[in-house]
Design a protein around this ligand. Structure first.
Ligand code: F6R
Length: 260
């Protein structure tokens, strides 16, 4: 794993956006796997700026989101379709037909999940998967004890996740307790993975992911078995890493190597 520790949220987001832009500038029909939530908002803002400055174009890019709540209409302000439209897609030159989010409003969940997997395969797989991480170590909505080989499916959200995400819902709104999520096996097939972590509240999940044993109790820990993962985190999220200094040193050496 490449572990990049940066001083601020802005620098983390700039770094992640730069990796994505560089990739798209070499492969204009890139297939991106995208996440929702707080961790990705600023990265998407940087991508929007780059697109507005015509440094990058999403015209031929396709996207697959990790997950969607079951029970929310796509135009519900808390649906992940709504999040993606308002935080990214409405502001870039992407063709919305090329943006995919698990279909959760037809009650044919098993069919939706299989179709989602087929669509990803038909696009040649995901080139770069962007991930956030839950305080309990979840990736996508693969909660602790999810099978490390799981595929896209319906998942019951944990109490921890429901509580953490309640900040996005009005008290009068019914908060979904189920979601369709790409499986851990699906995520692991992405060619490259960028994991974002911001804030002290993510420090334990980040330490367990990078330095803990590989266990379904911390789904993020499976990323240790992927050959191309870049973890981009701020100093707060990095604060429980035992090898903190080593990661800083390694990254300095990396910068030194590429300057030749
Ligand atoms: C979102 C997703 C989740 C979030 C995670 C972190 O599509 O799949 O795994 O990435 O819950 O959420 P934030 O970034 O809001 O802390």
């Amino acid at each position: 794993m490449r572990v990049v520790i940066l001083p601020s949220e802005l620098e983390v987001s700039d770094f992640a956006a730069k990796l994505i832009c560089e990739f798209i500038s070499h492969k204009e029909n890139a297939v991106l796997g995208l996440a929702t939530g707080s961790s990705t908002v600023l990265t998407y803002k940087v991508l929007i700026e780059q697109c507005k400055k015509e440094q990058i174009s999403f015209k031929k890019v396709s996207t697959f989101n990790l997950d969607e709540y079951i029970g929310l209409e796509p135009n519900h302000t808390q649906s992940y379709r709504h999040y993606m439209d308002s935080e990214l897609f409405n502001h870039i030159d992407i063709n919305k037909k090329n943006t995919h989010i698990p279909e959760c409003f037809n009650n044919e969940f098993a069919l939706s999940c299989n179709n989602y997997e087929s669509m990803i395969n038909n696009h040649g797989g995901i080139d770069i998967q962007v991930l956030g991480i839950g305080t309990n170590g979840h990736i996508g909505f693969n909660e602790p004890t999810s099978s490390l080989n799981s595929r896209t499916r319906v998942k019951t959200l944990s109490e921890n996740t429901i509580k953490n995400n309640s900040r996005f819902f009005d008290k009068t709104e019914i908060q979904p307790k189920l979601a369709i999520t790409m499986g851990i096996g699906t995520i692991m097939e992405a060619k490259q993975i960028i994991l974002l972590g911001l804030g002290k509240h993510k420090s334990k999940a980040i330490a367990d992911t990078i330095e803990g044993p590989i266990t379904s109790f911390c789904p993020g820990s499976i990323l240790q078995q992927h050959s191309d993962v870049v973890v981009v985190i701020d100093e707060h999220a990095a604060s429980e890493l035992k090898l903190y200094d080593y990661y800083i040193h390694t990254e300095n050496m990396h910068q030194w190597k590429i300057s030749f």
